[in-house]
Each structure stands twice: as C-alpha cells, then as structure tokens.
Design a protein around this ligand. Structure first.
Ligand SMILES: CC(C)(COP(=O)(O)OP(=O)(O)OC[C@H]1O[C@@H](n2cnc3c(N)ncnc32)[C@H](O)[C@@H]1OP(=O)(O)O)[C@@H](O)C(=O)NCCC(=O)NCCS
Length: 148
C-alpha cells in the first residue's frame, strides 16, 4: 500500500470510491476543482497487483494559513478495516505539522460511528455541534486537534 499525491488519472477511481461511500457524493467537477486549488491537496492510497494499480482510498485537505482542514476521506468498502484510513490520516497529520499548521479540523456526521472513532484515535476532540448541517436531523460535530 502506497500513499501518494493524487493526479488527474486518479479521478475515476476517486469518484468511484466517493459514490460507494456517501449518499450525496461530490461530483467529478468538485474533485477536478480540488486538484486545481493551490491550498488543496488530495492523497490516495493505492495498491499494486499484477502490474496494475488500484485505488483503495483518498483524503482531501485544505491548508490555509496555520489551519489544516480535512474535507473528505473515504476508503473503498472492500478495503475497510485494514488501517488504510489510518495511513492516510498519519500522512496528513505529518504534512500539516511539517507545514507548521497549528490546528487540524474537520466536520463529521454525528451518526458516523466509524469516522468519529477514527478521528478520536488521532486525538481529535469533539468541539461543537452544527445542528442540521447535513440536512434535517443530520448534525455535524466539529472536531479539532492542536498541533505542536
Ligand atoms: C471512516 C473510514 C474512512 C475508515 O476507513 P478504514 O480504512 O476502514 O479505517 P481503518 O481501518 O484505518 O481504521 C482506523 C480506526 O477507525 C475506526 N473505525 C474504522 N472503521 C470502523 C467501524 N466500522 N466501526 C468502528 N470504528 C471504526 C477504529 O477506531 C479504527 O481503529 P481500530 O482498527 O484500532 O479499531 C471508512 O469507514 C469509510 O470510508 N467510510 C465512508 C466514508 C466516511 O464516512 N468518511 C468520513 C467522513 S467524515
């Protein structure tokens, strides 16, 4: 399993994982835009088998002044619980620290037990609730971790 920066060639694989992961997935255009933004970075987790590379997951973050914000992270359903999200989060945190970010933040659905557990494992703290952020009855929890 390799973690590397995403390129345009990864977009079909990223969009496929996105569609499998979310009820309201980002469009292809949204990902194209992310690749063009100077403060945005997308990484992918990829696996090589029989000379072919397959995407297992991706993570998208913004780095603006001293704050890193994780916008999106997803792992292919057939590849979950193998530590892939953990690998991508480790990469994102290390990069944020190296770039002198002071805080790393994100929003997560209150109902998303797996993601909340993942972020808690990385010492993110649940800071505030944004009521109905994802639609009626779908609250978001804002999570943050300070970086040294
Ligand atoms: C959340 C998600 C990215 C986790 O990916 P993953 O590669 O399966 O996660 P990992 O194997 O790296 O697991 C790391 C930690 O996450 C937590 N976790 C992952 N899946 C979990 C689950 N189904 N239930 C509870 N905790 C879970 C655990 O704390 C786990 O650590 P552990 O294995 O020591 O218990 C994946 O489930 C996913 O793509 N979900 C759909 C998209 C999504 O919700 N993204 C987050 C949006 S905020």
């Amino acid at each position: 399993m390799k973690i590397r920066d995403a390129t345009r060639r990864d977009l079909p694989g990223i969009v496929e994982i996105e569609r499998l992961a979310f009820d309201n997935p980002w469009s292809l255009d949204s990902f194209v835009r992310e690749l063009s933004l100077p403060f945005s970075r997308m990484i992918v987790a990829s696996q090589s088998a029989d000379g072919e590379e397959r995407l297992a997951g991706f993570l998208c973050r913004w780095l603006v002044t001293d704050e890193c914000h994780i916008l999106n992270v997803a792992v292919h359903p057939g590849m979950r619980r193998k530590g892939i999200a953990e690998r991508m989060m480790t990469n994102a945190l290390a990069e944020a620290k190296a770039r002198k970010a002071l805080v790393i933040s994100l929003e997560v659905r209150r109902s998303n037990v797996a993601a909340r557990s993942l972020y808690r494992k990385f010492d993110f703290e649940e800071r505030r609730l944004r009521k109905n952020y994802y639609g009626p009855g779908e609250d978001a929890i804002v999570m943050e971790r300070k970086l040294e």
